[in-house]
Design a protein around this ligand. Sequence first.
Ligand code: G3I
Length: 334
Amino acid sequence: DARGLKDFYKNYFPIGVAVGKRNLSGEEGALIKKHFNSITAENDMKMESMQPVEGKFNWREADSIISFAAQNNIKVRGHNLCWHEQAPSWFFTDKAGKEVNKTVLLQRLKAHIDAVVGRYKGKIYAWDVVNEAIDDYSTKYLRNSKWYQICGEDFIIKAFEYAHAADPDAKLYYNDYNTERPEKRERVYKLLKSLKDKGVPIDGVGLQAHWSIYEPTEKELVTAIERYSSLGLKIQFTELDLSIYPWEKNKRAKRADESDAYTAELEARQVAKYKMVFSVFRKYKNVITNVTFWNISDRRTWLDGYPVPGRKNYPLLFDTQLKPKKAYWAVIKF
Ligand code: G3I
């Protein structure tokens, strides 16, 4: 069959994948061209990759992703402009090693966003402007990151304003994980609502979708989509994968175990979960504007060894030989 995932979903939404420069040639490159019409840089557009040293930008990897996309008629999602991880420490300190004040930090954020968004103006159609600003603890609201400590909530507002000024046509997203869990969902909703109420230029919310074969339930997924879209926001599923291990057990497991095998039973559950989530996605095609997988195949995924060292995971639609898995056939049959 010459058709790929993107063809089956052409009347729904673009289908994306997270990549690095190394993935763009050979058999992986061919697989990307066949199945995907959107790409995201897995790491190459993050703050430390783009501007490792103040004023010294590194465009090499990001440029090659952009030109691969242009040559193959693939859209690009930008990931990301402001995050507490993979943000180099020079942002937060002066030459003497002292913490900078809010004015200086916001100037640096603006200079970064101007340069990055400006360079790819018209080439990146949607940006994750702020990533993961909500705290992990249910009793807290915004994450106590350096950004927050120095700027308070303003860093979020300003990041969107700077991005909008640098490319008024780019769609701007707030991106986070565990966004279907009820208590986190409500804290994310609170942030999104406050941004909308203040007139901040935000187009939508990125739901990362680092899920597992155990969660979310259909009800949790539907409730989240309806809750966020009630604010008039679009939704993109930005980092989809379905771990074969439950996240809660992960926290306790210290190392890989012999029982950590990809059994037929686990695969069957994964097929069912993929089927469910894609059938929900199709129902909400009017608000969902992108669905992106976090990596191409089970050959290499960020979940290998995370959070349990040495443990292999199998969260995607293509196997370690790049062949479509049962879950692939399940999501294209509708
Ligand atoms: O590039 C260096 C390499 O030179 C070095 O030899 C090697 C040794 O560890 O590290 C390499 O860098 C790693 C980088 O991935 C590239 O592979 C970093 O250590 C590693 O921390 C980094 O992990 C990335 C992670 O974000 C960082 O927090 C993952 O690949 C990437 O998949 C992951 O993606 C995040 C999203 O951006 C946001 N949402 C969650 C998602 C999963 O954590």
